[in-house]
Design a protein around this ligand. Structure first.
Ligand code: ADP
Ligand code: MG
Length: 701
């Protein structure tokens, strides 16, 4: 269990319904928005506070219509000149408004004429704010966000933060809820080095939150507030890394590998020969396991490089002296797939693998828990469910974390702490340049699987304008009729998970209709069982096209899928595109990948897609990405395990990470057990960021 939360934070860890104006129903809606996978509802006050805006809209009043810029939000004081409200029919209501500089149209589709006339009486002055467009040479705003009489001008926010929303939740209600949460903030002591805070001109933590949620703060103030919060998260992350390193070296490890006889059995049963890289990495891990020090090793292997087999061999090694192993994956779908693969791989060695996710309940769950506790289950495979308090191992020798960047350092710690002296293997398919590995993970051993199985055929990759969608669907139809299988990845829609979903459902309907074929659909808001069923239909071929929302859902291995189509490829990060493409080209058939983009593309966007077309080497792609976009994106800050992502902060610069690392090192040097005043304040930070588990290391001594 994590260290006790100090009382001062209690108001922030109550359910949101403890706030005035929030009832059970709103609490439910807020929970859908705020609760991340692996956490339990209801959403708490702190979750609301840490729900940061993804953009800020400047609504300050423009001097005149001459300052209107199509494609941006504008606010103007205008006179209502004429209301055209066609009776009947489906024509929109158009209101002509203007000032000395000119006029514009306010357009209402499906509007009620009475309402429009009441809001905008002819001859009256109104403050109007909304997205300005140019349509047939005329300026217009469709459905203004604000229409206010001049005496209500103060209701127009100057700097309006824009938040991700969810169905049934308006921006207005969310803002009110956040305001209530802000007033619950207790005064907090400073946990950062005061000299650093002063030098950077940063506000305190509570003030920083108030500023980023504020309707009036200047851009400069917001920038400093975000920088402060960014430093807070990276500082906590680096501190947790430093603490876990201390744990790793302070307590003796144990010798965890035997003579190789079980690993040999696993290897002998493989239907293929290991690649040179797999052999090398296998040996590196075996040597680590055999050493009395604890292993902390990062295994980087490009997608399709065959990390799972390497994990299976390590698990077999750990079992040779009676130790258990656990592999934790970020999603239910991945955990299930790993469980199936590992069960088959480990079976020849007589080792039992069992699955544990949030879905194993009742008797099944009991059986797994007791098997892990008495050691009859050698290998556990699961999701966050593995680190829940009720899970006990007889002797966890090896902890493996797949897609490790999706987990926070506290979760990694929580898994290793299930064992007395467990070794840790972190796996990632996101190739990260060496310089970043160092600043990100600190001093950790790293292995690279830099060679793909020789049987792999190159994937023919092309970029195509979305204009050609019709052709693409026709050709897809022909390919599917020949028995081929295709993934169709839907665009990322930044605003909210709901719009992602809508886009996917729309595409799913559209493809099913045009192809006249069963098409499967997976998206993040499906129940796990529905996801499994959809995946299974695709795997079995009952549906030969799979429409999917995000990268998350396709971390899967369907060897006979040969076509990957990515819609709005320009919206994805390079490493995401590379990962997605890696889902095909796994079998013996030639594969292809189509990057559908919305033109015209800017120079950088074009260059980015060209990189994917030109190479399949993940490390080259990572280096190019670094060159084209800066380091931040590589860390996949939108992924949940990365500090900063919780707060949806902009990608960090190397300087941010390094400053945080130096600050963390210094802090630990000065006060190794964080017992001083500053140490106690830092404990508050850990709790606020849901990293309480990091403190257990201290308590464990
Ligand atoms: P990743 O590194 O992306 O996790 P996987 O472990 O899922 O890759 O492996 C991808 C596919 O390649 C699997 O179907 C696996 O069975 C296969 N594979 C792994 N190693 C080899 C090998 N040495 N030769 C041929 N196929 C292999
Ligand atoms: Mg994998």
């Amino acid at each position: 269990m994590s260290a006790l939360r100090p009382d001062i934070l209690a108001p922030l860890f109550r359910p949101v319904s403890a706030l005035p104006g929030i009832g059970d129903k709103l609490e439910k809606t807020l929970s859908t928005l705020l609760i991340r996978s692996g956490e339990e509802p209801p959403a708490r006050v702190i979750d609301l506070l840490l729900h940061l805006p993804h953009a800020v809209v400047d609504r300050s009043l423009k001097p005149s219509l001459a300052d209107a810029v199509p494609g941006t939000v504008g606010s103007f004081r205008l006179r209502v000149e004429r209301v055209d409200a066609p009776r009947g029919g489906r024509a929109p209501i158009r209101v002509t408004v203007g000032d000395d500089a000119g006029s514009m149209l306010l357009v209402f589709f499906h509007g009620k004429p009475d309402w429009v006339v009441r809001q905008l009486p002819e001859g009256a002055e109104r403050i109007v704010s909304g997205a300005v467009e140019m349509w047939n040479g005329v300026l217009q705003i469709a459905h203004p966000d604000y229409i206010l009489p001049p005496d209500k001008a103060h209701d127009l926010p100057e700097q309006e933060p824009v938040y991700p929303l969810t169905a049934g939740l308006s921006a207005k209600i969310l803002r009110k809820a956040i305001a209530a949460a802000l007033s619950a903030l207790p005064p907090l002591p400073e946990w950062l080095d005061p000299a650093l805070v002063e030098q950077q001109g940063w506000p305190g933590f509570a003030d920083a939150l108030k500023i980023v949620h504020s309707l009036t703060a200047s851009e400069a103030m917001r920038g400093r507030a975000l920088a402060r919060l960014s430093h807070d998260t990276f500082f906590a992350h680096q501190l947790a890394l430093a603490l876990s390193r201390r744990q790793a070296t302070a307590k003796p490890g144990a010798i965890h590998a035997g003579d190789g006889h079980l690993a040999q059995k696993v290897r002998a049963a493989l239907p293929f020969a290991l690649t040179g890289a797999q052999l090398r990495v296998e040996e590196e891990i075996a040597a680590d396991l055999a050493r009395p020090e604890r292993m902390v090793r990062l295994l980087q292997g490009d997608v399709g490089a065959g990390k799972t087999v390497v994990a299976a061999l390590a698990m077999a090694r750990a079992a040779e002296m009676g130790g258990q192993s656990a592999l934790m994956a970020p999603t239910e779908v991945l955990a299930r797939q790993h469980a199936a693969t590992l069960t088959a791989l480990l079976e020849p060695a007589g080792l039992r693998a069992a699955l544990l996710t949030g879905r194993e309940k009742g008797k099944t769950r009991e059986a797994v828990l007791s098997g892990l506790a008495d050691g009859t289950i050698a290998c556990a495979v699961g999701t966050h469910a593995l680190i829940q308090p009720g899970v006990r191992f007889r002797d966890l020798a090896l902890a493996i974390i797949d897609e490790q960047h999706r987990f926070g350092v506290a979760q990694r710690l929580a898994l290793t702490r299930k064992g007395e002296a467990s070794d840790l293997l972190l796996m990632t398919a996101t190739p990260i340049p060496r310089s970043l590995v160092l600043s990100w993970y600190g001093d950790m051993d790293a292995s690279r699987l830099d060679e793909k199985p020789a049987s792999r055929l190159p994937i023919e990759t092309r970029a195509l304008d979305l204009d050609r969608l019709g052709d693409v669907v026709r050709r897809l139809g022909a390919a599917v009729a020949e028995g081929k299988k295709a993934y169709w990845i839907c665009p990322l829609v930044e605003e909210s998970a709901d719009s992602d979903l809508a886009a996917a459902q729309e595409r799913h309907r559209h493809l099913a209709e045009l192809l006249g074929q069963p098409v499967a659909l997976v998206h993040g808001q499906m129940k796990p069982q529905e996801k499994d069923e959809a995946m299974e239909r695709f795997r079995s071929g009952a549906a030969r096209v799979l429409v999917a929302t995000t990268v998350v859902e396709v971390g899967v291995d369907v060897a006979d899928a040969t076509i990957m189509i990515i819609e709005h490829a320009e919206r994805f990060g390079l490493s995401q595109l590379h990962q997605l493409r890696g889902r095909v080209g796994r079998g013996s058939e030639a594969s292809s990948c189509l990057l559908l983009y919305k033109g015209p593309l800017g120079e950088t966007a074009r260059a980015r897609l060209d990189v994917i077309v030109a190479t399949e080497d993940g490390f080259t792609i990572a280096e190019e990405d670094l060159r084209l976009r800066g380091e931040g994106d590589l860390l996949g800050t939108r992924q949940s395990g990365v500090p900063g992502s919780v707060l949806r902060l902009p990608p960090p610069s190397i300087e941010t990470i390094e400053r945080a690392r130096d600050d963390a090192r210094l802090t630990i040097e000065r006060d190794p057990s964080l017992a001083g005043e500053r140490g106690k304040a830092i404990a508050l930070l850990f709790h606020l960021l849901s990293m309480g588990a990091a403190l257990d290391v201290l308590n464990a001594g």
